[in-house]
Design a binder for this molecule. Structure first.
Ligand code: AHG
Ligand code: MN
Ligand code: MN
Length: 323
């Protein structure tokens, strides 16, 4: 089995990008170790702080954020980083080449119940001549990402990674190495599995309600098949299932916070996951346009997300168009 860095080098990945991905994995291994200790290390539970979205921070949200921040800022390739758990971007080497955005711990409501969580990351090139420490350098459409991925901390720790040439998965071995375990992942085009937080049904747009209601009608309904449902409350775990066996995952706009486009965050969740999904042959959309085409205007902006198996997402999009 091939080591992560050897695999990337053998596939002509830019050597500085390989080094940055290795740096990210140093942090993710540390997070995996801390998670494994759990209650033994006294790191479960919440802090008294909230993040910029107004969400209460778990102790492990803060620990994971600090681990990633420290490890990344020690690498001179890093021009700056932006995190779901940081109000403002943090700048590194003024001559650094890369920008990194991340959700240090996704699905953190699962921490205290010992269910899967993950780290999501996105890598952009710093614009040339960006000598001033300015948040604007991060505001690039998702199509400009040079790499993205996540580490799922489940029964095993698994990295799913794209550098724009397909998606590969690497499993963390007891030696501390990430080893290639799945190459050129392709999402099945059809599915009978959907993931949405059904408790928000009454808050959705009529088009989303109609789509889900038709899924629930099963073999007798317009879709002509019986569907299964999953909801793990961890986007990393949901996307991992979609990449592994297909499906559709959606967290749509809803009327609880009508002025916001959705719950999930474009720069830390929407964009990195969308690149993985597209690179594996799936579709990732707001229900009205491709997420990767959105020109961000705010580092913490939110987005509506619908992603997964090509045929299923295309059907969902039909419910949202006027055609
Ligand atoms: P985070 O833990 O980083 O705040 O993200 C949680 C996200 C996402 O991972 C998950 O799909 C969704 O929030 C779950 O939301 P609900 O609790 O509303 O189901
Ligand atoms: Mn998240
Ligand atoms: Mn998070």
């Amino acid at each position: 089995m091939q080591l992560l860095s050897n695999y990337l080098k053998h596939h002509d990945t830019d050597l500085e990008l390989v080094e940055l991905i290795d740096t990210l994995m140093i942090a993710c291994k540390e997070i995996a170790l801390q998670l494994r200790e759990g209650a033994l290390a006294g790191i479960l539970g919440t802090t008294n702080d909230t993040n910029v979205q107004g969400e209460t921070q778990k102790k492990l949200d803060v620990i994971s954020n600090d681990v990633l921040k420290k490890v990344l800022l020690d690498n001179p390739l890093v021009r700056g980083l932006a995190s779901e758990e940081e109000d403002d971007p943090v700048f590194g080497n003024p001559n650094g080449r890369f920008l990194v955005t991340f959700d240090p711990l996704d699905g953190s409501s699962n921490i205290d119940i010992n269910v899967s969580v993950g780290t999501i990351f996105s890598i952009l090139e710093a614009p040339e001549g960006a000598t001033d420490d300015n948040v604007d350098m991060f505001l690039q459409a998702g199509r400009k990402q040079v790499a993205s991925g996540y580490v799922l901390y489940g029964p095993s720790a698994v990295l799913a990674l794209t550098t724009g040439h397909g998606v590969n998965m690497f499993t963390l071995a007891h030696t501390g190495d990430f080893l290639l375990t799945r190459e050129n992942v392709k999402i099945p085009e059809e599915t009978k599995e959907f993931a949405i937080n059904m408790s928000n049904h009454r808050f959705w747009e009529p088009s989303m309600r109609n789509y889900v209601d038709d899924l629930l009608k099963g073999a007798e309904g317009p879709r002509g098949k019986n569907y299964n449902m999953r909801w793990i409350a961890s986007m990393v775990a949901e996307v991992h299932r979609v990449l592994t066996r297909g499906g559709i995952f959606t967290y749509p706009w809803d009327s609880r916070e009508p002025a916001k486009p959705g719950k999930l965050r474009l720069m830390y969740e929407g964009n990195p996951m969308s690149l993985l999904i597209e690179q594996a042959g799936g579709i990732s959309s707001t229900c009205y346009s491709d997420i990767l085409d959105i020109q961000p205007d705010h580092i913490h902006q939110r987005v509506s997300v619908a992603l997964g198996s090509r045929e299923e997402v295309e059907t969902l999009l039909q419910y949202h168009c006027d055609c």
